[in-house]
Design a protein around this ligand. Structure first.
Ligand SMILES: [Zn+2]
Length: 71
């Protein structure tokens, strides 16, 4: 492990159950594109979570800190 995950990775670590499933659905998979980053950012901030807007697409594109940490 190298350092801490990005704000999206940290949130995925924190969430459980339905909330975790909902976030994974929003982020999407190779087979099922997720929501636009702007929509995800709005939902998360409305829920009171602090995430970086740029990090949504970086995490999805595996260009964030957690992708490197998992490699
Ligand atoms: Zn990440």
């Amino acid at each position: 492990m190298h350092g801490t995950p990005c704000s999206i990775g940290a949130l995925l670590d924190r969430l459980q159950g339905d909330e975790l499933a909902a976030l994974n659905t929003m982020l999407g998979t190779p087979d099922a594109p997720g929501w636009p980053a702007s929509e995800i950012f709005k939902v998360l901030t409305d829920e009171g979570f602090t995430v970086g807007y740029q990090q949504i697409n970086k995490h999805r594109g595996r260009k964030c800190r957690c992708a490197r940490a998992a490699a």
